[in-house]
Design a binder for this molecule. Structure first.
Ligand code: NAP
Ligand code: G4F
Length: 339
């Protein structure tokens, strides 16, 4: 029997990697997409249009803020597995749009859980929870760590996390919360810090300028520590969470913390540049409340799921810069020679 999966957020970084993984495993995949006046399918279209996937990937219009569309899609797809990856996922933006962030990220999860409870109660449900929920609690953070969110995004995701646990306990749904630490890739949105850095390093190496009037890269807090892994590996962990005998929540992380400054050094040195010559800071990019240090302990995922992150932060920085250089028609060795 072909398994059917429904992915919200299929046009995002993780959604595109997860769709690829599930199609490779033989699933029929259904994805929720938002109507947009401009193109928002750049990550999913190469997968959607690939001849091997013809008739196996369906896209449906919908929105996490619209329960009618969610109910209709759950009924139409009749999924065995539901992955709720859609979210207003930018922490800084959540300070500017706290109400919308809560509607999409907290109540949106409840809208979808309710649609699943009523129309596909045997489906297994994955909620994209986040290390941002730990906020101010010092590392190493694991499944039992106290939550102290520091942003409207973190608070909304924590609401969705507990709603997921509650649907499991109250209604017996196979519902799990994957608490994932930062994971990045060449498909990462361009306003997240790692991609901002990899793009700037590639542009400066290839053209001499990051962008804008000064040609420099403008960042906020360089001291923040994050546990950066490779997104393509993390979607395998999501899938494994839905294949267990009993539902449980898991942290996915590398266990290694690096500062934003370290990531600048890794990315710029790959193309023979000194980051200190090209990075400036601006309070505009500093958040009203910061999360100083996130470093995860994923030993529960290692023992129960057999999942382990394998790409180091250095490898990640290099593969992201290389992908951005390739898009500009350059290579890291050629760029380093010019630097
Ligand atoms: P992303 O690239 O920002 O993708 C977010 C997806 O959600 C996009 O497909 C977006 O659609 C969709 N979306 C946003 N608002 C929506 C709404 N109201 N209704 C329906 N769809 C909506 O995020 P990601 O990095 O892949 O992350 C996937 C999930 O994991 C998110 O829930 C995020 O909060 C969570 N998470 C991410 C990380 C990380 O480090 N990447 C770590 C922990 C947790 P458009 O393409 O139309 O914008
Ligand atoms: O890349 P970021 O925006 O990621 P952040 O805030 O950690 O959130 C990401 O990871 C979460 C998991 O912990 C996800 F849940 C969430 O959806 C998202 O994927 O910022 C990382 C760090 C922060 O401390 C930020 O203050 O980098 C710092 N930073 C410094 N300058 C900057 C900048 N962040 C951004 N986006 N832009 C800057 O110019």
């Amino acid at each position: 029997m072909t398994k059917r999966a429904l992915i919200t957020g299929i046009t995002g970084q993780d959604g595109s990697y997860l769709a690829e993984l599930l199609l490779e495993k033989g699933y029929e995949v259904h994805g929720l997409v938002r109507r947009s006046s401009s193109f928002n399918r750049a990550r999913i279209d190469p997968i959607y249009l690939h001849p091997d996937n013809a008739g196996r990937l369906s896209l449906h219009y919908g929105d996490l803020t619209d329960s009618t569309s969610l109910t209709n899609i759950v009924r139409a797809a009749a999924p065995d597995e539901v992955y709720n990856l859609a979210a207003q996922s930018h922490v800084a933006v959540s300070f500017e749009m706290p109400e919308y962030t809560a509607s999409a990220d907290a109540i949106g999860a409840i809208r979808l859980l309710e649609a699943v409870r009523q129309h596909a109660p045997d489906a297994r449900f994955y909620q994209a929870s986040t290390s941002e929920m730990f906020g101010l609690t010092p590392p190493p953070q694991h499944e039992g760590t106290h939550f102290h969110p520091r942003s409207p995004y973190g608070a909304a995701k924590l609401h969705a996390h507990w709603a997921t646990v509650n649907y499991r306990e109250a209604y017996g749904l196979y519902a799990v919360s994957g608490i994932l630490f930062n994971h990045e890739s060449p498909r990462r949105g361009e306003s997240f810090v790692t991609r901002k850095i990899s793009l700037a390093a590639a542009r400066i190496a290839a053209t001499g300028s990051a962008s804008g009037a000064t040609g420099a890269l403008t960042l906020g807090n360089l001291d923040a520590i994050r546990d950066w892994g490779y997104a393509a590996e993390y979607v395998e962990g999501m899938w494994r969470m839905l294949q267990q005998d009993e539902p449980a929540d898991f942290v996915l992380a590398t266990g290694v913390g690096s500062t934003v400054r370290d990531f600048c050094e890794l990315a710029f040195s790959h193309v023979g540049l000194d980051w200190r010559d090209h990075v400036v800071t601006d309070p505009r990019f500093v958040r009203p409340a910061e999360v100083p240090e996130l470093v995860g302990d994923a030993s529960h995922a290692a023992s129960e799921l057999g999942w382990k992150a394998t790409t180091s932060v250095g490898e990640l920085a290099r593969l992201m810069v290389d992908a951005d250089l390739a898009a500009l028609g350059a290579t890291s060795s050629a760029a380093a020679e010019r630097a």
